[in-house]
Design a protein around this ligand. Structure first.
Ligand code: GLU
Length: 400
């Protein structure tokens, strides 16, 4: 009998986090690796946000805060929800956690009983199903393939709902595909949910600001106000403000669920860093102009990467409207062999061969629930991307 809890046997370590560790290890060992694995912007946190954090330290804001966060940070979040999303939350309807991941985790821990079902459209972010499994719930994966633009249809949502369904986890723009739902598409999904009052929605809006080609972001509670009382709107600072290490995620939702999330958090991390909370106030209330420039940089990189990948034999890559990922198919490489004789039977073999032979780190599609694909994060310099595209081409051309 193992000393480790049975629940751990149901999950795997986060593959995206693991890859970051592996890349660092290989680099430390002297290998020339280009990491396109981690979903982490390469920009520095803007100076005014860093300055606000330093000032908070100097003012002595280095002590415990309320579990849900300081009133100032929660007020800044409530103001952001009103200003950017037209959503009215009071400060006691807001909670702050150590990253969007912890907020989602707390929400699942706070609500899932053994056997409860959670609908997760695939491709999905790696952590959703495993968090549900850890809580004793059952992920119900709804496949949304390349032909539907990686987006779940209302019919498929309807078919997945059972009396045991507790949540739909809804992520737009999506990690790993970059696909984003239009207001009309969200409305059509909401029409299904309206018919099933026992189903709640957890929206993961972390890529809200990273949209291109004039795409207009909208979120479920805004598009369907009748779902406001059963929607948890989750967001965070990591991606849009390049603040991954600061660990700031937050959510707005009905008081009952926010209180339950706070209860879980009070028995684990207590709250995110007081310094990060001071930075949150400045991030959300301060100047936002840098973001426009970043988005334009990401758009240029996306265009470059999509064009290059589509010109590589064996690969095909749709153009996404959001996030900083692309999700090419490597179907044309399956069944081939690398020059050293390794067989490419699936996307895990593909990414393993690519890392071994050319030192490019990407994430296998199986981790996101749709094969044979791989995820490329283009949140890195143009020089790295040019170098990486050359290596991916060489790898694919070497397959026989
Ligand atoms: N969300 C990012 C990713 O998918 C960061 C790592 C993680 O937490 O999964 O790469």
């Amino acid at each position: 009998m193992s000393f480790i809890a049975d629940a751990l046997g149901r999950i795997q370590p986060s593959p995206t986090v693991a890859l970051t560790g592996k890349v660092n290890e290989l680099k430390a060992a002297g290998r020339d690796i280009i990491g396109l694995g981690a979903g982490e912007p390469d920009f520095d946190t803007p100076d005014h946000i860093k300055a606000a954090a330093i000032e908070a330290i100097n003012r002595g804001e280095t002590k415990y805060t309320a579990v849900s966060g300081t009133v100032a940070a929660r007020q800044a979040i409530a103001d952001k929800f009103k200003r950017e999303n037209g959503l009215e939350y009071t400060v006691d309807q807001i909670t702050i956690g150590c990253g969007g991941k912890q907020v989602l985790y707390n929400a699942i821990m706070a609500t899932i009983n053994e056997g409860d079902e959670v609908i997760i459209p695939a491709p999905y972010w790696v952590s959703y199903p495993d968090i549900v499994l850890l809580a004793g719930g059952t992920p119900v994966v709804v496949s949304a393939g390349i032909n539907s633009g990686f987006k779940m249809t209302p019919e498929d949502l309807e078919a997945a709902i059972t009396p045991k369904t507790k949540w739909l986890i809804f992520n737009s723009p999506s990690n790993p595909t970059g696909a984003a739902y239009t207001t009309d598409e969200i409305r059509a999904l909401a029409d299904v949910l309206v018919k099933h009052p026992h189903v709640w929605v957890m929206t993961d809006d972390i890529y809200e600001h990273l949209v291109y080609d004039g795409f207009e972001f909208s979120t479920m509670a805004q598009v369907a106000p009748e779902l406001f009382d059963r929607t948890l709107t989750v967001n965070g600072l990591a991606k849009a403000y390049s603040m991954t290490g600061w660990r700031v995620g937050y959510a707005g939702g009905p008081k009952e669920i926010i209180a339950a999330i706070n209860k879980v958090q009070s028995q684990s991390t207590t709250h995110t860093s007081s310094i990060s909370q001071a930075a949150t106030v400045e991030a959300l209330n301060g100047p936002q102009d840098f973001m426009k420039e970043w988005v334009e940089t990401f758009r240029g990189r996306r265009d470059y990467v999509v064009k290059e990948l589509n010109n590589i034999p064996g690969l095909s890559c749709p153009t996404p409207v959001g996030a900083f990922y692309v999700y090419p198919s490597c179907a044309g490489a399956i069944g081939k062999k690398t020059p050293s004789g390794m067989e490419i039977n699936n996307d895990t073999d593909f990414v393993t061969g690519l890392l071994e032979d050319e030192g490019v780190a990407v994430v296998q599609g199986v981790a996101f629930g749709l094969e044979p694909h791989f995820r490329v994060s283009y949140a890195t310099s143009t020089e790295n991307l040019e170098n990486a595209m050359g290596r991916i081409r060489r790898f694919c051309e070497s397959l026989v």
